[in-house]
Design a protein around this ligand. Sequence first.
Ligand code: BT5
Length: 311
Amino acid sequence: MLTEHPEEYLSGEAISNYLGCSRTAVWKHVEELRKSGYEIEAVPRRGYRVVHKPNLLTSSEIQAGLSTRYFGKNVHYEKSVSSTQELAHRIASEGGEEGTIIVAEEQVAGKGRLGRQWYSPIGTGIWMSMILKPKIPPQQAPQLTLLTAVAVIRGIHAITGLNCDIKWPNDILLNGKKLVGILTEMQADLDQIQSVIIGIGINVNQISFPEEIKETATSLRIEKGKEINRASIIKSILENFEELYEIYLKEGFLPIKIMWEAHAITIGKRITARTMGGSFQGFAQGITDEGILLLEDDLGDTHKIYSADIE
Ligand code: BT5
């Protein structure tokens, strides 16, 4: 309530009436907010007003004004974790609901694909995992990576006006450099998914990167030239994600595929795909209805690529 009315004083009475709790409870919550870095002015007979918000991704920051039905209704917020993926797997297997998200200010062992590291410094990026429990066959799970890419691109565009590109399967690039990485993992039996954990890493306010990725990575701040509010980006991604996910569950992958193709830079180009089973060179023809890449090599043979690094 306080962040939605930044210019006004809200009386303790009005807040307690609205929330159906005592004025002492309101005061206790205000004290909690102060401890986590909010500066809240309290003026006798007028009420409370937020004068400074910390740049944090707490559940109250993410949920204020969030218009989803279930994505982000449960937020697990941590200052520091090894990886939000690990925590999400645990929460999912202990009954965590679909739409639960896990965010951290810092990951000390952030994960990429195939055991690679994801650089996740404190307070600057979005390091988030979402729990999904879709009733789809396990082999369709890669489609959710592509759906996520579209939701992230739309979310970033809504807040910053920036247009990003998708590099199949899991990278989002801005001006040719990696801005976002997506990691889709699942817990499944042979023919049934228990849960899908989608990890999204977004470089938001970093101004520099470690030597190894200095030439290849970028952040929203670098491209936009100003600091960006991380909670607004998360909200917009969750809203876009929920909308696309509902279309996907009702109508299948085709509508998502069409949206995805509009942002994909890999398709229609000559590429090299490095896979676990070797490297393939050729022409990227498109993706199948499952989300698998079709590559035509120089002999005219078509290969199905399930996962790869593309150059
Ligand atoms: C990815 O892997 O791009 C998936 C990254 C997923 C990260 C999220 S953050 C929240 C959730 N929790 C986790 O622990 N992970 C997920 P891959 O395609 O394998 O790319 C990894 C490669 O990207 C590394 O080997 C580096 O070269 C590069 N890289 C590492 N950190 C980066 C960063 N912050 N920005 C850009 N590139 C980075």
